[in-house]
Design a protein around this ligand. Structure first.
Ligand code: HEM
Length: 94
């Protein structure tokens, strides 16, 4: 969550709608997905397309796996690092 438990107005969240500064609203929580943009398996474009609005339906409708949903409870910087490591390991074993 961006800011750990802070309450944001929609106007404030909407200011963060760029590739290098991207916040998403999912199920009433604000996520700073900036560090996750490059590592998101669905790509950064879909994330960008979901800024500045409630992205809950988009997140649900795509049919994310249970493990993808569980990632929402973790700091996205750590999630991004884990994905980067996983991809790096793949390039070493292929
Ligand atoms: C912080 C929020 C998000 C996280 C942690 C996340 C995580 C993931 C993960 C782990 C996958 C791999 C497939 C899976 O396990 O389900 C995935 C795929 C995908 N995600 Fe997300 N996602 C997020 C937000 C979104 C949003 C808002 C959209 C907008 C529609 C989206 C669209 C997609 C798409 C299109 C795929 C590819 C599906 C496929 O090719 O199988 N994601 N995401």
């Amino acid at each position: 969550m961006a800011g750990g438990g802070k309450v944001y107005s929609f106007q404030e969240v909407r200011k963060h709608s760029q590739r290098k500064d991207c916040w998403l609203i999912i199920s009433g929580k604000v996520y700073d997905v900036t560090p996750f943009m490059e590592e998101h398996p669905g790509g950064d474009e879909v994330l960008l397309a979901c800024t500045g609005k409630d992205a809950t339906a988009d997140f649900e409708d795509i049919g994310h796996s249970d493990s993808a949903k569980e990632l929402l409870a973790l700091p996205l910087l750590l999630v991004a690092m884990a994905f980067a490591l996983q991809n790096f390991a793949k390039t070493k074993t292929e």
